[in-house]
Design a protein around this ligand. Structure first.
Ligand SMILES: CC(C)(COP(=O)(O)OP(=O)(O)OC[C@H]1O[C@@H](n2cnc3c(N)ncnc32)[C@H](O)[C@@H]1OP(=O)(O)O)[C@@H](O)C(=O)NCCC(=O)NCCS
Length: 275
């Protein structure tokens, strides 16, 4: 059965278990990122930020001798933009932060204009300095909600009650300016297999765990849409340690640095395993 973590490293813990009949289906070392584990079904070595998570999964599935890795317990169904247009709730999940805050993670809908406008209007200058994917005001929120196109961009929101507290952009593809910069770092990006990511949460929710609790849905969407690379929209500021920590926690790696707008920035990239 499940033993105590071999390592107490902050984010990643290695568990070992005896498999039924001694059969091992894959051996992964410690410090394996959750993203690397998602999509795998059985094996050894698991990331489990919450104590008891793994034991619960084993119990749920009536397994006593095997580990289930990551959040994916069976082969994921591929998704298309057409499927999402017909049923956006395919990417709706109830989530809870490590601190116990419940919220709904889902795709932005046409009816969200007012709530998204409020979210944008209330963002502090501190966040606006760190996050500027497009104008952040009510007018632009209205435009975004009237021009939803899941073939181009998935915009996720974290909703608590009727209020939007998080807004995570997952563009399908990469911008020419980002492609050029990544090439300079020695990484050719294939737009059809890449997504561009830009997350933000409301000031009151910074470091509340909403970002971490929403990430599994973002990664699931990325994989199910057949994409295996995530890059950051315009990089991340070198003086934004919280966002850098957040990205590293989910397996992003720094691939280069650049100077823009008088500021040092880092490019970070996450590569997911092929399903
Ligand atoms: C980046 C962002 C989306 C993450 O969402 P979040 O809900 O705050 O993230 P979480 O609370 O799940 O995780 C934040 C992590 O950063 C850590 N953190 C907080 N402040 C930190 C700091 N100054 N230095 C390093 N790590 C820090 C937290 O401890 C937490 O790590 P843990 O889960 O290992 O304990 C959010 O912080 C945000 O909107 N920031 C402002 C806008 C921004 O920077 N966007 C990204 C632009 S590239």
């Amino acid at each position: 059965m499940v033993s105590q973590p071999d390592s107490q490293k902050r984010d990643y813990r290695l568990y070992r278990a005896r498999c039924r009949g001694g059969r091992r289906r894959g051996l992964l070392g410690d410090r394996v990122s959750p993203a690397a584990l998602d999509g795998l079904r059985w094996g050894f070595g698991v990331h489990s930020p919450r104590q008891g998570w793994l034991e619960d999964r084993l119990r749920d599935h009536g397994r006593t001798g095997e580990l289930i890795l990551g959040v994916t317990e069976k082969r994921e169904t591929p998704l298309t933009a057409a499927m999402l247009a017909t049923d956006p709730s395919l990417l709706t999940r109830e989530a809870t932060t490590a601190g116990g805050l419940d919220f709904t993670g889902r795709l932005l809908r046409p009816g969200d204009a007012a709530a998204l406008g409020r979210f944008f209007d209330e963002l502090s200058d501190e966040i606006r300095d760190l996050y500027c994917p497009h104008p952040l005001n009510s007018e632009y929120a209205g435009k975004l909600c009237s021009l939803i196109d899941y073939a181009v961009s998935l915009r996720f929101v974290a909703e608590i009650g009727s209020q939007i507290q998080g807004y995570f952009i997952l563009d399908l593809g990469v911008r020419d300016s980002d492609i050029a910069r990544y090439l300079e770092h020695g990484h050719g990006l294939e737009p059809r297999e890449s997504c561009t990511f830009a997350p933000s949460v409301a000031d009151a929710c910074l470091s509340s765990g909403i970002g971490s609790a929403l990430m599994p849905l973002i990664l699931e969407a990325t994989r199910r849409l057949g994409r295996r690379r995530l890059i950051l929209m315009g990089g991340v500021r070198a003086d934004n340690p919280r966002a850098q920590h957040f990205y590293r926690k989910f397996g992003f790696e720094q691939v280069g640095e650049f100077f823009a707008g008088g500021i040092d920035n880092l490019d970070m990239m996450l590569t997911l395993p092929l399903n």
